[in-house]
Ligand binder design. Sequence first.
Ligand SMILES: [Zn+2]
Length: 372
Amino acid sequence: MSFPATATATATATASKLKRRPLALCLAWLAITTASTVLLAQSPGDPTNSEPAVRIVDQAPGVTLALRPHQVRFDDGNSAYVSSERGVLIVDAPTDPEVIKHWVAKAKAEGQSIRWVLNTHWHSDHNQGNQQLQAAFPDVEIVGHHSLRGEVPNRAATAHHERVARLTEQIPAARSALANGKGLSGQDLTAEQIEAQATAISQGEEWLDTNRAVEFLAPTVSFDHALQIDLGKHTAELHHFRAHTSGDTVLVLRELRIAFTGDLLDELPFIGHGSPRSWVQALDVIERLDVDTFVPGHGDPFGKEHLRVIRDYLAQLIAAVDEAKSSGVSLEDARQSLTFPQWRKKLATDDIARRFFDNTVADAVAAAWNEQ
Ligand SMILES: [Zn+2]
C-alpha cells in the first residue's frame, strides 16, 4: 500500500487510509465532455491497483488535507480540514462521501463542530458534499462567493442530473453491447478493452448508486469581494477572483503562510469555464501574497514557481488567440490549430494529464476567444 509523497517538504505522513472507492476516470470526463462513447474512451487503469482513494496529509499545525492519489487526481477535488478553537472550517466538499465521513469522524473524535464549509467555486467536485456535511452538523454555514447561490443549485445540479441520466441510459446499453464483445458504438473490442469496459460499467453503477439522490446546497453565507472568518488564533481571509470560474474564492491563512486556491491554481488548470485575462491579473495579485504553499483543487501542494508557470501558459494562450483573431482566423479553425504542444509537454507529464490537456485545450482557446 503506497502513499505517494506530497510535493511539500513540510507535509508529514498519512494519518489514515480511507476505504478505496474506485471511481472510473471516465466520470470525471463526463463533467467536461459530452462524448457518447465515454464509457469506453477512458479506462480507469488497473482495478486492482492498491492506491488508496484519498491521501490524508497533515500539512501544517491544525491543517489536514485530503488529496487524491496521482492516478485519479482529476476525478474529484481535494479538501482541507482547518481546526480552530472556534470550530472546524472545511475547504471544499468533494463528491467522494468517504472524505466527508472522514472529516465528520475526525471532528467528533476531537470534540469539535464543523462550523463552516467553504466552496471555492461552483463545480460539483467542490460542493457536492455540502449535503452530507450539513446532515452531520446541521448548523454548518456553507460559505462561498455570491454567484454560487445561483450556480450551485442551477449549473452544478443540472450537470450532475444530466450525468445521472446519461449514465442511467448508457450503462444498460453498454452492458448489452459488451455481452456481444462490442462497445457502445457497436465497434468490436479487444480483450483488454472488454476488461476495461466491464470495469468502467461496474464503476459507473457504483457511482450511480452513490450519487443518484444527491441534493446540491447553495451557500448560506455569501460575499462579493472579501470576507474574514475569525478562527480565534487565526483569521481565514477569503478573496474573490474571476479566473477558473466567475466566482472563485481563495482562502488565505496568513499566519500559516498557506493559501487554498480551489481550481484557480491547479497542477493543470481547466480553462474552459474561465476568464483567462482576469485570471492572469488574479495570479499577479496572488503571487504577491505572503504565503509559501498553495493547496490546489487538484494535485499536490506547490509553491510560487508553479504559479508563474501557469500564468505564463495563460498569457501565451491569450497572445496566440489574439493573434489568430486579428489575422482573420475563425474560432473553429483556432480551436483546431492552437494545440500548444510546448505547454502540453511542460504541464502534462503523464498519460492522464496529457488526455486531460488534449480534451480541454480547444475549450481553453474558446474561453480566451470569447472573454470580453
Ligand atoms: Zn473547477
